[in-house]
Write a protein that binds this ligand. Structure first.
Ligand code: SF4
Length: 257
């Protein structure tokens, strides 16, 4: 089976969504674009291209230009108005500007936006690594850009399966064992760093196998209403739609404005 951190997380959040997407292949019919996807994708692409530019060309204006270029390549019909698009676009530019001024823009990454596809044990690990830098001590730092708003507590990040999976994939695909794993939470302007041992990677393989066994052993893929239902592509055909919509409405009521 081919697995990625995203695919595994979909199953863990909602087995029915997993079935719609990966067993019934309904993605082509129901997959929707969302403003925050465009926001996240354009930022990732802009940063990837930016670190491919020779040092002398790495200006803030250049970074913003890359963002705009990648923004234009996406399906902008998702924005309900020019005002909404401007709001998201300005937020993306602001995020990049803060990043530009707070991080070392002169690094020469060893890996930039690399697709993972590597057989491990009895599965094929898929995914994408944002960046790997060589450290002065000869080690490697695996960097993941996060464009959502959530910043986990350190203890949660230390256990994060996704980071373990990236570390595992990098190790198997390139024989690089990252001595440092860092997530840059771009909207919050924060970063978290952690490490993994070989034992952690073995545990990650065990966890992946466990989830695969759960998937393969599932007879009825039931809906599991969760905080991400609002952005589920399959909400319209979900048998738990009413409950999912109510959950989303409840979240809205929790907002302080
Ligand atoms: S709307 Fe929620 S419960 Fe229904 S399939 Fe999507 S994620 Fe699952």
């Amino acid at each position: 089976m081919k697995v990625s951190p995203y695919k595994l997380s979909i199953f863990q959040r909602c087995p029915l969504r997993y079935k719609f997407q990966y067993i019934d292949f309904l993605g082509d019919k129901y997959k929707k674009e969302w403003p925050h996807f465009i926001f996240g994708r354009a930022i990732h692409k802009a940063l990837a291209d930016f670190f491919r530019v020779p040092l002398e060309g790495r200006t803030l204006e250049g970074l913003k230009h890359l963002l705009r270029q990648h923004w234009l390549r996406q399906d902008r019909r998702v924005f309900k108005s020019a005002e909404e698009e401007r709001m998201w676009g300005e937020k993306a530019l602001e995020v990049l500007e803060i990043y530009y001024h707070s991080e070392d823009m002169s690094v020469q990454p060893e890996v930039i936006e690399e697709r993972l596809e590597v057989p491990i044990a009895d599965f094929i690990l898929m995914g994408r690594i944002d960046r790997v830098d060589r450290l002065p001590d000869g080690g490697h730092e695996l960097i993941d850009y996060k464009t959502g708003t959530y910043v986990p507590p350190q203890e949660e990040f230390d256990q994060d399966l996704q980071m373990s999976i990236y570390c595992l994939g990098l190790y198997h695909q390139r024989a690089i064992f990252a001595s440092k794993l860092t997530a840059h939470y771009l909207q919050a302007g924060e970063k978290l760093t952690t490490t993994r041992s070989k034992e952690h990677l073995d545990a990650a393989v065990g966890k992946i196998k466990e989830i695969i066994a759960q998937i393969e052993g599932t007879e009825r893929f039931k809906p599991r209403v969760n905080p991400f239902c609002s952005w589920c592509d399959y909400l319209a055909i979900c048998p738990a739609r009413k409950e999912a919509e109510l959950a989303a409405a409840g979240e809205v009521e929790d907002l302080p404005f």
